[in-house]
Design a protein around this ligand. Structure first.
Ligand code: PLP
Length: 411
């Protein structure tokens, strides 16, 4: 009936109206259709190492297998003790002070913990300062939790370092937290200590929570060094996020962790809220929790991939160089993570709608990337490409991107 269909139209929650997650958006749906029709697609849209031939450290799989029979029941809602102990020790190694096993929460990927951290924090209309460009889950979850994402700019002309002046100018009465993604997705920037100290100072001055997403902290190139935000802000309440998806190449296991550091005694009610949310989800996937101690305590094979001669370093180099060689395209060289975020000079490529641009690239060249506005970048002049494929695939894909850009009628 007409009445029935009108009701069905109202089924979707209005809370989703501002929620954007284009890393797996309409272009991926179209890519799947093209694939079903027999067209292979070069998928450079998601930071998922395993399908590109990366393997997990073997001891990590061995520990999961050995512990599988003992993983049939729910665990403690924060996670198993051996894994939380390993995370607490890792925090100490990173200079994040005073992290005890009770300050560690395991989750089904960092994604679940991002949701918990913001759900426990936000009242309707509360603001969270989030970088632009960002990993869009932070903005999406803020909206879904009733908050308002306020974006501070990262400065492309300064190697994509956060513009702390812009950040400080956007603090209001409603601001509750600052999100820092370091190393950054999508830009690959690794932040220096002075910038982190300046951000910590803003948080200190306004009594804001720091949310430090450091999932790429071991994926560093050249001479890049990672400094944990929690280590430069021992007196500021800080949640630090990390997991197994990237450096340990098991994104499918959905395993991550979050630590709470800083003046915890002043945040007892927020921590109570985190505990409540952890209890409500019962516990994270138990078999995957057994991989955490093996991962953090084992041989760090990620180093072999990012040091000279390593596959990830070589792929970063090829991707960056080939993008830079395209006339009208420039790219800040990433110093960490798994992505390049090139700029299309608007004088050469006057893009009006970058979502349409990448859909056209997909149709014409069967290459899938993500448009810059999908990362809450305000202008339609960037896209993100992952550096995970082997060199021959990258050369093929970037060659096709070049052909597409140069062959298009920009008039
Ligand atoms: N944070 C950042 C910056 C990411 O890039 C990703 C995944 O791409 C995540 C969090 C989510 O990771 P997980 O697989 O642990 O949920």
């Amino acid at each position: 009936s007409v009445r029935g269909s009108a009701l069905m139209e109202l089924l979707q929650s209005a809370k989703l109206a501002d929620v954007l997650y284009d890393v797996r958006g309409p272009a991926l749906t179209r890519a799947k259709e093209l694939e079903s029709a027999g067209h292979p697609i070069l998928k450079l849209n998601i930071g998922n190492p395993a399908p590109f031939g990366f393997e997990a450290p073997p001891e990590l799989l061995e520990d999961i297998i050995a512990n599988l029979p003992a993983s049939q029941g729910y665990s403690d809602s924060k996670g198993i003790l051996s894994a939380r102990r390993a995370v607490a020790q890792d925090a100490q190694r990173k200079g994040i002070p005073d992290v005890d096993v009770d300050d560690v929460y395991l989750g089904n990927g960092v994604s679940e913990l991002i949701a918990m951290s913001l759900q426990a924090l936000l009242n309707d209309g509360d603001e969270v300062l989030i970088p632009a460009p960002d990993y869009p889950l932070w903005t999406a979850v803020t909206s879904l939790a009733g908050g308002r994402a306020v974006h501070y700019r990262c400065d492309e002309s300064s190697d994509w370092q956060p513009d702390v002046e812009d950040l400080a100018s956007k603090v209001t009465e409603r601001t509750k937290a600052i999100v820092v993604i370091n190393p950054n997705n999508p830009t690959g920037a690794v932040y220096g200590r002075p910038v982190l100290e300046a951000i910590a100072e803003v948080a200190r001055r306004h009594e804001l929570l720091l949310l430090a997403d450091e999932i790429y902290d071991r994926i560093l190139y050249d001479d890049a060094e990672h400094v944990s935000l929690g280590a430069v802000a021992p007196d500021v309440l800080t949640l630090t996020f990390n997991g197994l998806s990237k450096a340990y190449r098991v994104a499918g296991f959905r395993s991550g962790w979050m630590t709470v550091s800083g003046p915890k005694r002043h945040a007892a009610s927020y921590i109570e809220g985190l505990d409540l949310l952890a209890n409500m989800r019962l516990c994270p996937n138990v078999p995957a929790q057994h991989a955490i101690q093996a991962a953090l305590g084992g041989y760090q094979s990620i180093h072999d991939l990012v040091l000279p001669g390593g596959r990830l370093l070589e792929q970063r180099d090829v991707t960056w160089r080939m993008l830079e060689e395209i006339p009208g395209v420039s790219c800040v060289k990433p110093r960490g993570a798994l992505y390049c975020f090139p700029r299309l000079d608007p004088e050469v490529y006057p893009v009006k709608d970058d979502r349409k641009l990448i859909l056209d690239l997909l149709e014409e060249q069967h290459v899938l990337v993500v448009q810059g506005t999908g990362f809450n970048w305000p202008d339609p002049d960037h896209f993100r490409i992952v550096t995970l494929p082997r060199v021959d695939q990258l050369e093929d894909a970037i060659g096709r991107i070049r052909e597409f850009l140069e062959g298009r009628d920009w008039g």
